[in-house]
Design a binder for this molecule. Sequence first.
Ligand code: PLP
Length: 374
Amino acid sequence: MMKFVDLQAQQERIAGELREAVARVLAHGQFVMGEEVEAVEAELGRFCGARNVISCASGTDALLMALLAYEVGAGDAVLVPSFTFVASAEVVQLLGATPIFVDVEAGSFNMDAGRLGEAIEYARGAGLRVRGVIAVDLFGLPADYEAIGEVARAEGLFVLADSAQSFGARRGGKMAGTFGDVSATSFFPAKPLGCYGDGGAVFTEDDGLAEVLRSVRVHGMGGSRYEHVRTGITGRLDTLQAAVLLCKLKIFAGELEAREGVARGYAEGLGGVEGVVVPRVGEGCRSAWAQYTLRVERRDELREFLGGRGIPSAVYYPVPLHLQGAFRGGWREGAPGLGVSEGLAGEVVSLPMHAYLEEGEVGEVVGAVREFFG
Ligand SMILES: *Cc1c(COP(=O)(O)O)cnc(C)c1O
């Protein structure tokens, strides 16, 4: 049966290297901060052009570490899109700060920079100190960092790029890992670059911030091991996961090309179909295609129809964050509207997307969607 994400085909392709890499770690026994961790940080930096790479235990920890480095806490507000994965806003609330939700653009699924002003005004009116913006590169497409950065600079806010879904993506000559003041990615297995468990990384051009992030990663360590100068976490990436990532990075550029080919096939096949809106990638941008997400009419019926043909699909995300119970405290009547996020939740459907999807399979998906709307 067709797979939504195929990790098996990739594993078979690099099985020999993976086995050797894991065997090397088992032999040297440095399971925490072994040499592979430093090596993968260097390779990640080379790949995306980031000056400082701080690997860590998950994408969520990467976001959390960035907020800890900025000392975000009670009384602070951070602006977050409502249409995203829960982790983007969860980390804000975990630190006792308030996520202020901002609506997204229907065309890009990303934060609408034009809506930041009213969200800032609302947060300040509620007595909160607005500290920063978390922009999310949803489905692998970079957010509008030029427009968001302009507002952030004028208001004295930091920009944290949640690039959990977009490692490998590009915008305006820059690659994910170099957006904003600091950025975070995830190596969860199903992300474009995944390991075999949880993993993540923080990136920044700011050497001072990088030093703070390295301290935050190990319990706020100071100059020596049992000196603690700030609140931190146990945020390290396992050496075994670093070894896996080193193997996968070697084939990652080719996999991004293959994903692009799948996206092209979908766009050509579905671009003109009535009732379907295909994702558009703006001028000068490349998506990492973490997901290929359509906006469609009769979404749930379509999914049932595809399922009947053995075609898997998924809904990212069925409920925007401001309507989730976990965020009841952060959004109230009188806050800026989030109508686009609410509308998208009922329209989106993601199609199978991975580097090992065959042309025939793309054709099968296209044929089925066309038949449904035919
Ligand atoms: C996956 C994801 C995260 C969290 O990454 P984990 O490695 O699963 O902790 C954060 N933000 C977004 C947008 C994600 O998709």
